[in-house]
Design a protein around this ligand. Structure first.
Ligand code: SF4
Length: 380
């Protein structure tokens, strides 16, 4: 679509408010907060996509990264079950469907990947009221012993802060213990939208935005790189989105520790927010999914990668996203629970060859990566 974009005349802009934004981007200048708002408010998706595609190609050419990964959710029991009203995954301890895996059960689940050897375990779950730090370090250590060389990306900032509270330890001490057990990187979940008004509405008692950022700052200082996210498609405004991205960019300027940005689409089924608003069955739409990818690429000019999470937005939107500034596709996953509890109709997993075909089908070059984005296999 935008391989020939070099100057403003190469882009068909139908929304005049985008013109100064495009001029700045083509001049190599950084966008400000108001320009980020303009991106989210504009309906000129193709112009935004062309600009994001240009910026992505400058960084990544035709390469699209993916991981042969496996998601593991050790427990869905969570102390915030009643207050994160957008969440369909969590349960109270006695609620139907509540579970907590033993170490043996986690190891059994870890052996299920069929289509290719797993190179990354992605471990997140609920904030269990009594599970100690040793439960998680035990899992990480056992996985590293059973699967030498496999990376472990584990525990959101919210989980790390919860463990620090339970252990009466500092966040730094928890991170040091996790790193010592073999944790390589951290996922970016729990960020939702940082704005206090949004957080008060959808996740009243969750770690505040500044605290989420503080945990990642501490992790980056210890050499633990991480992802960053934004949950979109609920009560947030264009300005909330823009401010969220600016806060991520500011921390990245400071630490350089974010590897990839993942916009996460809210799913309204089986959660209180969706029920109260009458949103059941109303998923985010393709235009907004693509705009969030493209705006992420344009605003977060210091984050190396932008990832599409196919379990939330579908393989189809993910494939199109590769022309809208995205260079990173969620991996094989093997068993996706969190979004399927919220009504996602995508598959629970994609086979390795299906991901390669998805990327090739978009005319791109697949590159299998590890957690740190080192290429482990290419398909030139
Ligand atoms: S979003 Fe996370 S912290 Fe909130 S209820 Fe769900 S599992 Fe718990």
């Amino acid at each position: 679509m935008a391989t020939a974009v070099r100057e403003l005349a190469d882009i068909r802009i139908t929304d005049g408010t985008l013109r100064p934004v495009a001029e700045k981007l083509l001049a190599g200048e950084r966008l400000g907060g108001e320009e980020a708002v303009t991106l989210f408010e504009s309906h000129d998706l193709l112009a935004i996509g062309a600009l994001a595609d240009l910026k992505n190609r400058e960084r990544n050419g035709d390469r699209v990264f993916f991981a042969s990964n496996q998601h593991i959710n050790p427990t869905n029991v969570c102390v915030l079950r009643k207050t994160c009203v957008f969440c369909s995954f969590a349960r109270t301890p006695k609620e139907e469907g509540a579970y907590t895996r033993t170490l043996d059960e986690v190891l059994e689940e870890a052996s299920r990947a069929k289509s290719a050897p797993t190179r990354e375990f992605h471990i997140v779950g609920g904030l269990h009221p009594t599970l100690r730090l040793s439960y998680y370090t035990g899992i990480i250590r056992a996985l590293r012993e059973a699967y030498p060389g496999v990376h472990v990306k584990a525990l959101t900032a919210v989980e790390v802060a919860h463990l620090a509270r339970i252990e009466r330890a500092t966040v730094r001490d928890v991170l040091l213990a996790l790193r010592e057990a073999g944790l390589t990187t951290m996922p970016g979940g729990g960020a939702e939208v940082f704005g206090a008004g949004v957080r008060a509405t959808i996740a009243d008692r969750k770690l505040a935005g500044e605290e989420w950022l503080a945990v990642h700052r501490e992790a980056h200082a210890l050499g633990i790189q991480s992802n960053c996210t934004m949950l979109y498609g609920h009560v947030e405004t264009a300005r909330d989105r823009a401010e969220h991205l600016m806060a991520l960019r500011e921390l990245q300027d400071e630490t350089g520790g974010f590897l990839t940005y993942v916009p996460l689409a809210y799913h309204p089924d089986n959660n209180e927010l969706g029920e109260q608003m009458g949103w059941q069955g109303r998923e985010t739409m393709g235009v907004d999914d693509l705009k969030n990818i493209a705006a992420g690429r344009l605003v977060l000019d210091n984050v190396p990668h932008v990832k599409t999470h196919w379990p939330m937005v579908s393989q189809f939107v993910s494939q199109v996203a590769l022309d809208f500034g995205c260079d990173d596709v969620e991996g094989t996953v093997v068993h996706e629970r969190v979004y399927h509890e919220a009504g996602a109709r995508t598959p629970m997993e994609l086979a390795y060859d299906e991901i390669v075909a998805l990327i090739r089908g978009a005319g791109k070059t697949p590159v299998e990566r590890d957690s740190l984005y080192q290429p482990v296999r290419s398909f030139d």
